[in-house]
Ligand binder design. Structure first.
Ligand code: URA
Length: 235
């Protein structure tokens, strides 16, 4: 059993104060009878709650993919910079979504958000080894020695040890990098440790998920099947 007003907030109907107004105006029904009391306890499994006649589902597990543009920090709040939360359309901002891991302000590409804390922790855990694929433009050109050093597990300039990773040279100054962990500035620091300063970085893939044709700055909600596959890849 849970409070009706909490159920309405979790369903994305609005903030607590918006929900209060909506309840007062008689737009909410519980089992087809108008209900104005937000403190009323409901059983979301057994009872039908509607807003303007439309049934509500309560807190749905949600995963959203953003094609992040440069210039936004991965944080829920920031005093100085615009955050990735500002790129979520208004109804999604009320779904309790948190970024999964982080992309640097200058990095572009695939960033997931979820309101499922368990899934979030599994996806960012290096133990689960969910591979993330990056495209980088960089100074210099990656050699077979660099490829080998990545495969063996790099030591960064400050002594930090990295898990084995895949470096694939594409052309002069361009490489694809696959890593299974998300240390601070990981790819930039890995490349720097081999003398290649990263000039541009885009995350193209996480687990089996790719950006597809999602335009930069846009979001899309993953289907339940996609969430299930993502979950399986994190076990
Ligand atoms: N590695 C980095 O250096 N930056 C990112 O944003 C992601 C991975």
């Amino acid at each position: 059993m849970e409070r009706l007003d909490k159920f309405l907030c979790d369903s994305g109907v609005g903030t607590r104060s918006q929900v209060k107004v909506i309840l007062k105006s008689g737009r909410v029904t519980v089992d087809d009878a108008v209900e104005r009391d937000g403190s009323r306890k409901i059983d979301a499994q057994a009872q039908k709650v509607c807003l303007d006649g439309e049934a509500l589902g309560g807190m749905q597990r949600m995963v959203v993919m953003l094609n992040k543009p440069a210039g936004f920090v991965t944080a829920t709040e920031d005093k100085r910079d615009a955050t990735v939360m500002e790129l979520l359309p208004e109804p999604l901002r009320r779904m309790g979504l948190n970024p999964v891991g982080r992309l640097d302000k200058a990095t572009e590409g695939l960033l997931l958000f979820t309101n499922d804390g368990d899934l979030l922790h599994r996806l960012i855990s290096p133990k689960k080894e969910v591979p993330k694929v990056y495209y980088a433009k960089h100074e210099g050109t990656a050699t077979q020695e660099d490829v080998k050093a990545f495969a063996e597990g790099l030591s960064l300039r400050d002594g930090t040890k990295c898990l084995p990773a895949i470096l694939e040279p594409i052309a002069a100054g361009e490489s694809r990098i696959t890593v299974c962990e998300g240390k601070y500035h990981q790819v930039r620091r890995m490349m720097a440790s081999r003398g290649m300063t990263v000039l541009y970085l885009e995350r193209q893939k996480e687990g089996h998920l790719t950006l597809g044709n999602l335009p930069r700055g846009e979001v899309r909600i993953l289907t339940q099947e996609e969430i299930k596959a993502l979950e399986d890849s994190s076990y």
